[in-house]
Design a protein around this ligand. Structure first.
Ligand SMILES: *Cc1c(COP(=O)(O)O)cnc(C)c1O
Length: 386
């Protein structure tokens, strides 16, 4: 059986992307600036803020990682500082802390949203302060498109006066109490990598609270050139701007974001239905109506004591043989060799999720035929139980 591979999440074009890219070619805007870059920034700003009653400004950048790096710089994180970061996340959430010579301090997840645990966050802040160093920032992540506990995290951040950086790389289109993810913190970041809910082939954005902060970020992202006829620099700069070609893809993609969100949510419903009859498997769902997830990836946890011994690795390998991709949840940062000497505050929630959790194919472009392959693949794994 040599069937086509079913991916976890693959690019899904809407149709107008090429029109914007063609315009860029026709006008010779083949550069990291141009009308698509400005247009894409306006489009994102409208999408996030139009009905929010909040102020915001968007800088289109070469990646979500670059956006996080600039957010930390804008907040003033320097070598030797400590930054609190959700442990269960993609390494890109934490790496920019290390770029700056600062130290990440990792925090456990809670079970309702899989994201930053408010209790452990508070414990960590109080402990770091008692050890003589107040953390400079908090990086909170909306994993798999599920909003973190926004109000509780913001409350703690306010109480201790520590800015939050909202990693919304996986959460474009998700909302908490009706507000869009990407609008809840001092700075937020988005990613438009090829596997995300919409893509520019590679790209990201920094969301700031003011136009002035956006302009400062763009200044840093374009080599920090002072106003002078020659090249003059008073600060270290970066080459982090999004290209006008990529931004053209983004403009087309953002036109179809709503249908992409509803297709991913339908995949989630598909799994809820499928697993309702399989004992020992839980599909991860929103804790209550305050949370609206884009379900970028659908997540299950498997309790092998209730499945007749079938664990997440058994299912993953079974699907792999059928040419269906699935993947364990993000391996927590405090378990990663590269961060092995780093402080961690937690009780084992993220470790357990990593042990039992699996992400299933969740793309908005999965066909009826692919869904039935997924369904029969999963059912055949669990019908083999001993
Ligand atoms: C994808 C991702 C990033 C990084 O975005 P890039 O555009 O790939 O650099 C950061 N954080 C999380 C949680 C992500 O999933």
């Amino acid at each position: 059986m040599n069937k086509d591979k079913i991916w976890l999440s693959s690019p899904h074009m809407g149709g107008n992307e090429q029109k914007f890219v063609n315009e860029a070619f026709e006008q010779n805007w083949v550069a990291p600036l141009g009308p698509n870059v400005n247009g894409f920034e306006e489009d994102i700003k409208n999408y996030l803020f139009k009905e929010s009653g909040k102020e915001g400004a968007v800088a289109a950048l070469s990646s979500g990682t670059a956006a996080l790096h600039l957010a930390l710089i804008m907040i003033g994180v320097k070598a030797g500082d400590e930054v609190l970061c959700q442990s269960m996340t993609f390494a890109a959430s934490a790496n920019p802390i290390a770029y700056l010579g600062a130290t990440p301090i990792f925090i456990d997840s809670e079970e309702e949203t899989l994201n930053l645990c408010p209790n452990q966050l508070r414990i960590a802040i109080e402990d770091r302060i008692s050890k003589g160093k107040k953390p400079k920032a908090i990086i909170a992540v909306h994993l798999y498109g599920m909003p973190y506990q926004v109000e509780k995290i913001n409350e703690i951040a306010r109480e201790f006066d520590i800015p939050v950086i909202e990693d919304a790389a996986e959460a474009l289109g998700s909302t908490y109490k009706g507000g869009k993810c990407g609008t809840f913190a001092e700075y937020a970041i988005l990613s438009f990598n090829g596997n995300k809910i919409i893509t520019t082939s590679g790209g990201g954005a920094l969301i700031a609270k003011s136009q002035a902060n956006k302009e400062k970020a763009v200044f840093l992202a374009t080599q920090a050139r002072d106003a002078a006829p020659h090249y003059q620099h008073s600060e270290i700069g970066y080459n982090y701007r999004l290209s006008n070609i990529s931004a053209g893809i983004g403009r087309g993609q953002l036109q179809v974001i709503d249908s992409r969100v509803s297709a991913r949510r339908q995949m989630h419903d598909f799994y809820v239905d499928l697993f309702s009859e399989i004992e020992g498997v839980k599909v991860f769902e929103a804790p209550n109506k305050d949370y609206f997830a884009n379900h970028w990836l659908s997540v299950i946890t498997i309790d092998e004591n209730k499945t007749g011994g079938i664990n997440r690795e058994d299912l993953r390998l079974h699907l792999e043989k059928l040419n269906i991709e699935s993947r364990p949840l993000w391996k927590p940062m405090h378990m990663q060799p590269v961060f092995k000497d780093t402080a961690f505050y937690g009780t084992g929630v993220a470790e357990q999720l990593f042990k039992d959790g699996l992400c299933l194919p969740s793309g908005s472009n999965l066909t009826e035929e692919e869904r039935s392959r997924i369904k029969s693949g999963i059912l055949s794994c669990f019908s083999n139980r001993s």
